[in-house]
Write a protein that binds this ligand. Structure first.
Ligand code: COA
Length: 299
């Protein structure tokens, strides 16, 4: 279908990215509804009620309605009342949200936190730009996190390079400033590729070192699903078998911060996770932001 209006081909996209399909929001669907659906599904799977959620963090990069926050729509959508906020750390948003959740749990301000990552990057790209539009898909993933032991370490970082990957929305004109044009997603793909591999490698290796955990003792490395070649480069440099790097990018493309929670959910529902398994999650995104998490699965 893409090749009918773009100078591209299925073989180019498959070889360079590993993407075969993407899910794209259509008329009658909304990011808000998708986010609420993911939230309800996570709450049910976690075995808690909506009233037991004390805080909601929503990771989102771009949406039609900037105020109120998407998280405040989710509060109503699941039928509860609690504090909530949106975070935007681009594709690394899930790890940044987990970092905030960790602080809220450690300080005792919350016991059960719902994190929802809901993204619609297909509305950020220019559908005439073959170098970006083929990469992304819409999606939402959610988790409930609760206080556990000390078996979790998170590392986040930002190296400021706004010009390499950005999207600029339009603001209303004022008597002092004219109307600005919205700029569809602009990306230097090769720069992003290099940063993605080097930041993920660095974050993962420093996490493992800090906890003195052997790379082979990690059951799965759940990486941001941006390009299958990025995932392959990382396990190649780490000299870790590719079966420890699950992937679903072929089905969804890059769903921004939703990619890791969707992958985690699929793995969990397929029975792939057992209490006591060490998991590493690692993501990178516009900013450049990056973050990684080492956690012992306990469910
Ligand atoms: N179909 C066919 N050709 C395409 C194409 C497409 N969809 N997209 C780009 N090309 C062309 C380019 O125009 C270029 O043509 P040229 O040599 O005539 O100039 C050629 O393919 C090679 O482009 P290049 O950018 O060198 O390809 P690449 O191997 O680096 O792959 C990406 C491009 C975008 C797939 C890759 O760089 C990438 O995945 N980067 C990371 C992007 C990312 O993860 N972004 C989100 C971060 S959260």
């Amino acid at each position: 279908m893409l090749a009918t209006f773009l100078d591209t081909s299925d073989s180019w996209i498959t070889e360079r990215t590993g993407i075969k399909q993407r899910q794209i929001m259509s008329e009658g669907e909304s990011l808000e509804a998708l986010a609420v659906e993911a939230a309800k599904s996570a709450i049910e799977n976690a075995g808690v009620t909506a009233n037991e959620i004390n805080y909601i963090i929503c990771s989102n990069t771009a949406k039609e309605m900037l105020a109120p926050t998407l998280s405040s729509i989710i509060v109503g959508g699941i039928g509860t009342q609690c504090p909530c906020m949106d975070v935007n750390a681009a594709c690394a948003g899930f790890i940044f949200a987990l970092d905030l959740a960790d602080s809220l749990l450690s300080s005792g301000k919350a016991e059960n936190i719902l994190i929802v990552c809901a993204e619609e990057p297909t509305r950020m790209v220019d559908w005439n730009d073959r170098s970006t539009c083929v990469l992304f898909g819409d999606g939402a993933g959610a988790v409930v996190v609760s206080k556990g032991g000390e078996e979790c370490t998170i590392k986040t970082n930002t190296v400021s390079k706004p010009e390499v990957l950005y999207y600029r929305g339009a603001l209303q004109p004022t008597p002092f400033q004219g109307e600005e044009e919205c700029t569809a997603l602009r990306m230097n793909g090769q720069e992003v590729f290099k940063y993605a591999v080097s930041s993920s490698l660095h974050d993962i290796q420093s996490l493992l070192r800090s906890r003195n955990i052997d790379k082979e003792n990690v059951k799965y490395y759940l990486l941001h699903q941006a390009n299958v070649r990025i995932i392959d480069a990382i396990h190649h440099y780490m000299k870790v078998d590719e079966c420890k790097f699950p992937r679903n990018i072929a089905k969804y493309g890059n769903t921004s911060s939703a990619s890791i929670p969707i992958l985690l959910d699929e793995l969990n529902r397929a029975g792939g996770l057992e209490s006591g398994d060490w998991l590493v999650m690692s993501a990178f995104g516009a900013g450049f932001t990056s973050g990684a998490l080492l956690i012992k699965w306990d469910k």
